[in-house]
Design a protein around this ligand. Structure first.
Ligand code: AMP
Ligand code: GLY
Length: 402
């Protein structure tokens, strides 16, 4: 296995036979790299690469891309397309929305809207572009934000109120193999305060559902993924659904065209079916394997640079004591390994994942690993704690009217 990425990640470097550093949005350079190493399949991780047509270029050079072509990846990379597609294809769970191609018109619409809304730049923003009125911002703040952000294309949609969860599925030839549900924590600070981030941590239970979800809720989310795949032409790779459990049922917050970060770190360590078997079946056009998962709960906590996400301290030297994490897993994220040590970038630095029969045990393992691994970075210590999980359960109960 070879890796081709924009910075050198020491964890991947250790697993890979070789690492090439290239701009991951330079489709030609990525394909050159795949050809150089004689790859016959490539798994495309980041959305920026999908948007840049890396899958298209790989396919043109005869390297099987496990990841959608740029056109199909618009399900993630163009939120206006995503909503219009849902409406036109009658995919269930779509909130009421309007799309705009001029900020002034979007801002006027927000100012006149009756209820609370979510305002979303249509393009990629690393998970940091959305503002929700009545939650993170007031209506006038949202209007100013739309006017002043410098984006032209916007989606304005009804605010969904509820509990969020993620279901990711492997997809090829119209087949959908779902993985267990995960709950991410988008907000920067404990107690779900502060700005949105790429995700500060996440947990999954020892089964496909979460403590606040029923099996019906999970099945409904999977049906939405299946309906989406059914309506998309020739989608290959991972389809990630971000869902909201609301008082009116399951709604779609968004789709991603790749594994979630951090959600991949919950699902992949528990997956007993080799990922390579899934990719190989997709490449060969054979039936995707049924997936099996260990009955393991996982809690993932991210360590991020000071100031993340608004004003992250880039280039700070950090040290990570890999031997201190015990049975937890350690995943480097956006760090740069240079000859004299490890440095922060503007994004999340590393994550620890605790595992256990129950979420509580997994949380204890993750918390201990985070304390031991290194300091100077910030984390959300509340992810996966009994207290926070109970608040989710109570909230879901209120939503269901129990
Ligand atoms: P996105 O970039 O689409 O993942 O949105 C980031 C976050 O904004 C989501 O994880 C939600 O917490 C929030 N969000 C997005 N759309 C809505 C909505 N319609 N109602 C409420 N919150 C939303
Ligand atoms: N956890 C959200 C994402 O990967 O976009």
């Amino acid at each position: 296995m070879y890796c081709c990425a924009s910075n050198r990640n020491p964890g991947i470097a250790r697993l890979a036979a070789g690492v090439e550093t290239v701009d991951e949005t330079d489709a030609g350079a990525v394909a050159d790299c795949a050809e150089d190493v004689g790859a016959d399949a490539a798994v495309i991780g980041p959305e920026s690469a999908l948007a840049a047509g890396v899958a298209d270029e790989l396919a043109a050079r005869g390297v099987f891309p496990f990841g959608p072509r740029a056109d199909a990846a618009r399900i993630e990379t163009d939120k206006s397309y995503q909503r219009r597609f849902m409406r036109e294809a009658s995919v269930p769970g779509c909130p009421a929305f309007e799309t705009f191609d001029a900020a002034a018109a979007a801002a006027d619409y927000v100012a006149a809207a009756e209820g609370d809304v979510a305002v979303k730049p249509a393009g990629l923003t690393g998970g940091k572009g959305v503002r929700v009125t009545g939650d993170q911002v007031t209506k006038p703040e949202a209007v100013d934000y739309v006017r002043e952000s410098g984006y032209d294309d916007w989606v304005v949609e009804e605010r969904l109120v509820g509990e969020e969860f993620t279901v990711q599925a492997f997809v090829a030839d119209g087949e959908v193999r779902p993985t267990p549900a995960v709950q991410d924590h988008k907000r920067a600070y404990e107690g779900d305060e502060g700005p949105n981030t790429g995700g500060m941590g996440s947990y999954a239970d020892a089964g496909p559902v979460l403590p606040f979800l029923t099996r019906d809720d999970y099945d409904r989310a999977v049906e939405i993924l299946e309906a989406t795949v059914g309506a998309l032409d020739d989608y290959t790779g991972v389809l990630y659904g971000q869902f909201m459990l609301t008082a009116e049922g399951i709604r779609v917050v968004e789709f991603n065209a790749r594994l979630g970060d951090p959600e991949a770190m919950n699902v992949l360590p528990a997956m007993e079916t080799p990922l390579a078997d899934v990719v190989r079946a997709a490449r060969d056009g054979t039936t995707l394997p049924d997936l099996s998962f260990a009955p393991t709960a996982t809690v993932c906590k991210y360590a991020v640079p000071a100031g993340y996400p608004t004003d992250p301290e880039r280039g700070a030297r950090i040290s990570v004591d890999e031997d201190s994490v015990g049975d937890a897993l350690l995943f480097y994220a956006s760090v740069d390994e240079r000859s004299d040590g490890l440095y922060t970038t503007t994004s999340r630095s590393f994550a620890v994942v605790g595992r256990g029969e129950r979420i509580a045990a997994a949380e204890r393992q993750a918390a201990a690993a985070l304390d031991a691994a290194g300091d100077g970075l910030r984390a959300r210590h509340d992810v996966g704690t009994a207290d926070l999980v109970q608040r989710r359960v109570d909230h879901a109960r209120r939503l269901r009217g129990d």
